[in-house]
Design a binder for this molecule. Sequence first.
Ligand code: FNR
Length: 194
Amino acid sequence: TPPKLLIFAGSTRLASFNRKLAHAAAALARAAGAEVTHIELANFDIPMYNADLEAKGTPADVMKLKQILFEHPAWIICSPEYNGSYTALLKNTIDWVSSPVKGDPAWQEGFKSFSGKVVGILSASPGALGGLRSQSHLAPLLLNAQCWVAPRAFALGHAGDAFDAEGRLINDKHRSNVQAVIDQVLSASRRLND
Ligand code: FNR
């Protein structure tokens, strides 16, 4: 069976570079034989985390996202960089999903959706460092949530010049760097899940 890979970006911006990178990564992963699910966090109606709100019932879209994450043994996250770190959208989403669901015995383990997942981190930014600093914050958060974070990662700098009109990566070197992350994630996922 083909390896299942989930890909998403930590931005909801229409022209997001990280969404473009996610699409490019999805195309490369499909070509490598993976069964790819690309989700848009913008399609999930998730409010800012508040325990009082949660006490009234975990939002339906949080439950939906928990299930999708749980069903995919390997993920690629495309992380924008805000103020030297990852986005509030990513943090808020992860906070909701990692919280035990009150009164639901199936979801008492908060890290159930995260535990044992193999995660590759990509980032893109118009700046020279390509969002590299967001990765150095995101990786420990994922490790804390019991994920295996791939040592191989890639930060796409000067992202405004990196894609053609169809959203493909122009530069061969960029493509092979993304490919290397995908290959490592898929092979680690295969080994860890056998
Ligand atoms: C940014 N941006 C940015 N870029 C960067 O490389 N390092 C940084 O620290 C920051 N900080 C920052 C803070 C805030 C509040 C915003 C709004 C933006 C620029 C950022 O990388 C740029 O907007 C990207 O286009 C965001 O990613 P998407 O939406 O294109 O995927």
